[in-house]
Design a protein around this ligand. Structure first.
Ligand SMILES: [Zn+2]
Ligand SMILES: [Zn+2]
Length: 346
């Protein structure tokens, strides 16, 4: 209960430098715009893209609140918010969107003309901008066992889905997935849901292979580079996969995708790009390339429905759960690949 003596602070994760994420007291967020909502976080998680800064590959400009994947309960809404109510359990897409601009109306919510990015979701309380266009409420308070799968919708499941949609996966497709992190595993689940019949997971890790099979992988390829592409051709009539889902972003992963797709096929690319692509080769081989940040908000209602009906269970990607106060270990475990993905609870 709010009292006049309440201290307006909370705790959250702050990245200070590569390898240095701390659990710190911070000002409690307040409504700044009439379109904002404030959430009490039920669960948040560490993203593979958070690791770019943790590993020093992307720059850290002084102490920065971190995290962009969350679900929780709405405690306050601004005067202009109409679809989200206090008490709703909501999932936030990682890329806020207004839901009303010409690009949002075409489903390109990741590129909303008023789009932004929020950092600081690994916290007790978070302010979400453009709440109507960013958040989706569940039909009712969710049962506890659905929380991980709902949380996965705030990024990795939408991103895996985006890879599959971008590559045009459909009934009967052969699909190869490059990357066995949480996004790659969710891409396998997306390919299955979209009707792919051959789904090849590229993975060398036993625990990840197990989740891949659970999500619908029909083949596991442990080889890399040309040997990996050769194995993919062996199960695709010698031509390569119709659709390759690139879920890593490194140059070697991008080249693996080009080497594994068939002529006339498509690459769906969702790994944050760090490296070049042989565009001339794509031209001569009639290979399509599409992707980018996921249109989370556009996909959320459908994917939430699938989770709610227990048709998909992307929450299986979380293999470590910690209290938010142990956020440093949450990062270390993912960095050292001891965990696929860490869920944290305030
Ligand atoms: Zn993320
Ligand atoms: Zn928009």
């Amino acid at each position: 209960m709010t009292t006049v003596t309440e201290t307006r602070t909370m705790f959250g994760a702050v990245i200070h430098a590569p390898g240095d994420v701390r659990y710190e007291q911070r000002p409690r967020p307040v409504l700044l715009e009439p379109t904002d909502a404030i959430l009490e976080v039920t669960a948040a998680c560490v993203c593979g893209s958070d690791l770019w800064r943790y590993r020093g590959i992307s720059k850290v400009d002084g102490p920065t609140p971190i995290g962009h994947e969350l679900c929780g309960v709405v405690t306050e809404v601004g005067s202009a918010v109409t679809t989200i109510k206090v008490g709703d359990f909501v999932v936030g897409g990682f890329n806020p969107s207004d839901g009303t601009c010409p690009l949002c109306l075409k489903g390109a919510t990741a590129n909303c003309r008023h789009g932004s990015h929020y950092d600081g979701a690994q916290a007790d309380v978070v302010r979400i901008p453009m709440a109507d266009g960013t958040l989706v409420a569940t039909p009712a308070a969710p049962p506890a066992d659905l929380i991980p799968s709902l949380l996965a919708l705030s990024d990795v499941m939408c991103t895996g889905w985006h890879a599959a949609v971008s590559a045009g996966v459909g009934p009967g497709s052969s699909v190869a997935v490059v990357g066995d992190g949480a996004v790659g595993l969710c891409a396998i689940l997306a390919a299955r849901e979209l009707g792919a019949t051959t789904i090849i997971a590229m993975s060398r890790h036993e625990a990840r292979q197990r989740v891949a099979r659970e999500f619908g992988a029909t083949h596991i390829v442990e080889e890399r580079d040309e040997a990996g592409s050769e194995r993919i051709r062996e199960v695709t009539d010698g031509i390569g996969a119709d659709c390759v889902l690139e879920c890593v972003g490194t140059e070697s992963a991008r080249l693996q995708s080009v080497g594994s797709v068939r002529d006339g096929g498509n690459i769906g690319i969702v790994g944050v790009p760090h490296g070049d692509l042989p565009v001339d080769q794509l031209f001569w081989r009639n290979v399509g390339l599409k992707g980018g940040p996921a249109n989370c908000r556009a996909y959320l209602p459908h994917l939430m429905d699938l989770v709610w009906q227990r048709k998909i269970n992307p929450g299986l990607v979380f293999d470590l759960e910690l209290p938010l106060s142990e956020i440093a270990e949450a990062y270390a475990a993912m960095d050292e690949r001891r965990a696929i993905k860490t869920l944290v609870r305030p």
